[in-house]
Design a protein around this ligand. Structure first.
Ligand code: PAN
Ligand code: ZN
Length: 190
């Protein structure tokens, strides 16, 4: 890995970085157990393992002092009444924060701390979201188009997916009467 300054393009309407090192796809089958309506999940999966979100990452060393960054694109859609969303995670180094800048689309960031505080903040083009240290985070696309965000976080943060896979988030974003509604997750468990 060289260590010289660089720039890359991040342009409307697609916002795919003009340079990236790593490309991740997450499909419905990667989201097992996360959606509230398990019947709708199974029915949807049996017809197609649909692409839910994509992540483009720039490669930097995963060490303190570096800033990992890239672009996340969550596609529009629902499983039952629940919008397409990312898996979500805590950072392994809990005391590490993250910045998101929404480039396009409409949605929410669902967040919570291990102590049980919760927050659900809206995302729309031009909005910056600060995820403080200790807050697990998941992006949810409640709009009709892609939800596209640029993110940056400390190189040593790491990702703990297991806690969310096991417990879920305390809050869910679902469609109710044609609009997004934030509800308590009836299946949440510690
Ligand atoms: C982001 C996320 C990205 C995909 O880079 O990793 O939006 O979400 P999941 O990692 O939950 O699948 C980030 O928060 N990194 O720390
Ligand atoms: Zn993160």
């Amino acid at each position: 890995m060289n260590n010289i300054p660089y720039t890359f393009g991040l342009n409307a309407p697609a916002y795919v970085p003009s340079h990236y090192d790593n490309y991740i796809q997450r499909r419905l089958s990667d989201m097992k157990g996360q959606y509230l309506d398990q019947g709708a999940f199974a029915a949807s999966l049996s017809s197609e393992d649909i692409l839910i979100y994509e992540v483009y990452e720039l490669h930097r060393p995963q060490i303190e002092g570096e800033i990992l960054h890239g672009v996340s694109i969550v596609h529009p859609g629902k499983v039952g009444d629940e919008y397409f969303m990312t898996k979500g995670h805590f950072h392994t180094v809990l005391e590490t924060a993250e910045i998101y800048f929404c480039l396009s689309g409409e949605g929410f960031m669902v967040m919570e701390t291990p102590e049980g505080e919760t927050a659900v903040e809206p995302l729309s083009a031009g909005r910056v979201l600060y995820v403080p240290p200790r807050w697990a985070h998941r992006s949810v696309n409640s709009g009709a188009d892609d939800l596209i965000t640029f993110f940056a976080y400390p190189g040593n943060a790491g990702h703990d997916y297991g806690t969310i896979e096991q417990n879920g988030f305390r809050k869910l974003v679902i469609e109710r009467d044609g609009r997004p509604a934030i509800i308590d997750n009836p299946r949440w468990q510690a």
